[in-house]
Design a protein around this ligand. Structure first.
Ligand SMILES: Cc1ncc(COP(=O)(O)O)c(C=O)c1O
Length: 347
């Protein structure tokens, strides 16, 4: 029987044996009352990791972003975010429905970049007032691209000139930091707040964190409760996150090397065009030629034991993560080549 190779996302990882051991001895308490030692320790570790004064553990990346927006904005304020950002494409409803916020988009180019000129034109002092600029790093839909510190600084400078706060959706900020060989704290120095996920490249089962100034996080704590994200003995999951932060950061370079290998290998195949963004981190994107049916291609690949995802009908994403090693990535490339050859033959 063929082995299954799951490249749909870096969220599909399962906790390792040693992570499970750490979970099994986690000290826990009631986090509502700030009495969970594992959560408290995780929040201290996350604030040090990002160079911010304080941190707040939340169940998901979506909630981390939502709580950040609710905290930066008053009702009726405007959020400016990239046209390809996760916040705009996959979470926007939360800001509208729960926050009474409008989300205005500025164009992300193929590398996830935002033009300073367009940003300047998008920020407004009133009716509605822009309260926060959201940046995403790495940029998921733009090839998992890294946004360098110089770019964050330039955008943050414009935002600051307009009295607008800066939030970084750093669901995969650890990937950016590893790729740039720059500590996370350095990379997000110019942001007022940053969120990141433990459940993606870091390989923990659940959880994200929002980091910022002490006052900001105090207010965020209230907003987390408002949206139902305050948990009880959440040390059980916080301990897995803490383990991931201690043991899984440096190994992310293996995922990047595997993804680069896959990007180069698939680039030699007929029937697809590799993403112009290239492969900065762990995500590999390609576009199927117009004659190939995306749905059928993905199904045929799944029948061959390789699962992938897509951001549109013909755009395919493959994610490398701690659940797949180089041999499995090579095998996935071999099966992709086979399915692609058959798909071209059929059309
Ligand atoms: C860039 C980015 N931000 C936020 C999220 C949301 O994370 P979660 O799935 O934990 O809600 C994701 C999820 O894929 C993401 O890619």
């Amino acid at each position: 029987m063929q082995s299954n190779i799951d490249l749909r996302s870096d969220t599909v990882t399962l906790p390792t044996r040693t992570m499970r051991e750490a979970i099994s001895i986690a000290a826990v308490g009631d986090d509502h009352s700030r009495e969970d030692p594992s959560v408290n320790q995780l929040e201290i570790a996350a604030s040090e990791f990002t160079g911010k004064e304080a941190a707040l553990f939340v169940p998901s990346g979506t909630m981390a972003n939502l709580v950040a927006l609710l905290t930066h904005c008053g009702r009726g304020d405007e959020v400016v975010a990239g046209s390809e950002s996760h916040i705009t494409n996959h979470e926007g409803m939360g800001a509208f429905v729960l926050g009474g916020l409008s989300v205005r988009t500025v164009t992300n180019d193929f590398k996830g970049r935002i033009s300073l000129e367009e940003l300047k034109n998008a920020l407004r002092p009133e009716w509605p007032k822009t309260a926060v600029l959201c940046l995403e790093n790495t940029h998921n839909r733009c090839g998992g691209s890294v946004i360098p510190k110089s770019e964050i600084k330039a955008l943050a400078t414009v935002a600051r000139e307009h009295a607008v706060a800066v939030h970084v959706d750093g669901a995969r900020i650890v990937n950016a930091s590893v790729a740039l060989e720059l500590p996370v704290a350095d990379l997000v120095e110019d942001a007022d707040s940053v969120s990141f996920c433990f459940s993606k490249g870091l390989g923990a089962p659940v959880g994200s964190v929002l980091c910022g100034s002490r006052d900001f996080i105090e207010e965020a704590r209230f907003n987390r409760r408002l949206v139902g994200g305050a948990m009880r003995q959440s040390g059980i999951i916080a301990e897995a996150a803490r383990y991931a932060l201690e043991h899984h950061v440096q190994r992310i370079s293996e995922d990047h090397a595997n993804a680069q290998w896959l990007y180069n290998e698939l680039g030699q195949l007929d029937g697809i065009t590799m993403d112009p963004a290239g492969c900065d981190t762990n995500l590999v994107f390609f576009e199927l030629d117009p004659g190939i049916d995306g749905q059928k291609f993905r199904s045929a690949l799944a029948e061959n034991g390789v699962r992938c995802s897509g951001t549109s009908e013909r755009r395919v994403r493959m994610a490398c993560h701690l659940g797949v090693d180089r041999d499995q990535v090579k095998e996935a490339a071999r099966r992709t080549a086979k399915v692609l050859a058959e798909s071209i033959g059929r059309n």
